[in-house]
Design a protein around this ligand. Structure first.
Ligand code: NDX
Length: 254
C-alpha cells in the first residue's frame, strides 16, 4: 500500500457504508420518495425530480472527476485511473443524463440534502482509495477479477439504463401515475433497474478488489434490494392483474 494512504478514514468510511446497508435490511418501511411518498405534496418542501437528482448525484461525479483531472498524464493508463473513470462514467450518466430525462414526481428537499452528503462521502471514499491507496501491477489488466468485474460492470450498466428507460416511457411528461412495467428484465422481476445497478457495483468491486468498492456494492445490494422488495409489494397491492410469476429482485427465485 502506498505511503500516503490514510487507512483509518478509509476503513471508517467503508464500515459506515456496510452498517448503513445492514440497517436498511432491518427497516420494514420503505424510504419515503417516489412511489412510497406518504405525506401530501404540501406537507414537506419538494423540488422537481430533475433538479433533485442532478443536485443529489453531482458530488458522486464531480469529486472523483476532480481527483482524476489532477492526476499526472503519465498515470492516465493505469488500472486505478481507468477504474475511477468507470465510476465517473456511471455518475456522469446519472447526474447529467438520467436527471435530464427523468419523469419522476417531485422529491423531498431533505432527501436531496442527505443524498448529497452520501454521494459526496462515497465519491471521496472511492476516489481517495483508488488514487492514494492502491498500486495495481500491470498484470492486473489480465487478472480474471478485473476482466470479469469490468464485464459485469458494463452488463449491469446496460440493464440499469435500459430498465430506467422502460420506466420513463410509462409516462407522458407531467404525469405521475404508475403502470405495470413490461419488457426487458421487468418480465421476470419488479426491480430490474435495481438488479442492473447491483450487478454493476459488484462488477466494480471485483475489478477494483478494494474494501470501499465492496462496501458500496454491499450497501447497494441492501438499499436497492429492499427497495425492489417494497416496489414488488406496492405493485401486488395496486394491480390485481400483476403477473404472478414475477419476482422482486432475482428472476425465478426471490
Ligand atoms: N441515490 C443511491 N437514510 C439515493 C438518494 C436517496 O444513488 O439518509 C442511494 C442513490 C438517498 C440514498 C441514495 C441513500 C440513503 C439516503 C437516501 C435519502 C435518505 C436516506 C441518504 C443516495 C438516508 C438513513 C437516514 C437511514 C441514512 O414518481 P417516481 O419517482 O416514483 O417515478 C419513478 C419512475 N417509476 C415509474 N413510472 C411509472 N410507472 C411505474 N411503475 C414506475 N416505477 C418507477 O421511474 C422514477 O422516476 C423512475 C425510477 O424510480 P425507481 O423507484 O424505480 O428508482 P429510484 O429509487 O428513484 O432510483 C433511480 C435510479 C435507479 O437506477 C437506481 O438503481 C439508482 O437510481 N439508485 C438509487 C438509489 C441508490 C443507488 C442507486 C445505489 O445505492 N447505488
Amino acid at each position: 500500500m502506498p505511503d500516503g494512504c490514510q487507512q483509518g478514514p478509509v476503513l471508517a468510511g467503508s464500515a459506515v457504508l456496510v452498517i448503513l446497508g445492514a440497517l436498511f435490511l432491518y427497516q420494514k418501511t420503505p424510504q419515503v420518495y417516489g412511489k412510497h411518498t406518504t405525506s401530501p405534496a404540501s406537507a414537506v418542501p419538494l423540488l422537481p425530480a430533475r433538479a433533485a437528482w442532478f443536485l443529489q448525484e453531482l458530488p458522486s461525479f464531480a469529486v472523483p472527476a476532480g481527483m482524476l483531472a489532477r492526476q499526472p498524464r503519465a498515470l492516465l493508463g493505469q488500472p486505478a485511473t481507468l477504474l475511477l473513470g468507470l465510476f465517473c462514467a456511471h455518475y456522469f450518466h446519472r447526474t447529467f443524463i438520467y436527471s435530464l430525462f427523468t419523469r419522476g414526481r417531485p422529491y423531498p428537499v431533505l432527501y436531496i440534502f442527505k443524498g448529497f452528503v452520501f454521494c459526496m462521502g462515497n465519491g471521496l471514499l472511492q476516489g481517495y482509495y483508488l488514487m492514494h491507496c492502491v498500486d495495481y501491477s500491470a498484470e492486473w489488466y489480465t487478472d480474471i477479477r478485473f476482466s470479469l468485474g469490468v464485464f459485469l460492470f458494463f452488463l449491469g450498466m446496460g440493464i440499469n439504463i435500459h430498465s430506467d428507460l422502460i420506466l420513463r416511457q410509462l409516462r407522458k411528461p407531467g404525469e405521475i401515475t404508475y403502470q405495470i412495467p413490461q419488457g426487458g428484465l421487468f418480465t421476470y422481476i419488479s426491480g430490474a433497474n435495481f438488479l442492473g445497478e447491483i450487478v454493476e457495483w459488484i462488477g466494480f468491486a471485483l475489478a477494483s478488489w478494494s474494501p470501499p468498492a465492496f462496501a458500496f456494492a454491499f450497501f447497494s445490494l441492501c438499499f436497492l434490494g429492499m427497495r425492489a422488495f417494497h416496489h414488488h409489494r406496492f405493485y401486488i397491492r395496486m394491480f390485481k392483474d400483476y403477473p404472478k410469476s414475477r419476482k422482486a429482485l432475482i428472476p425465478f427465485i426471490f
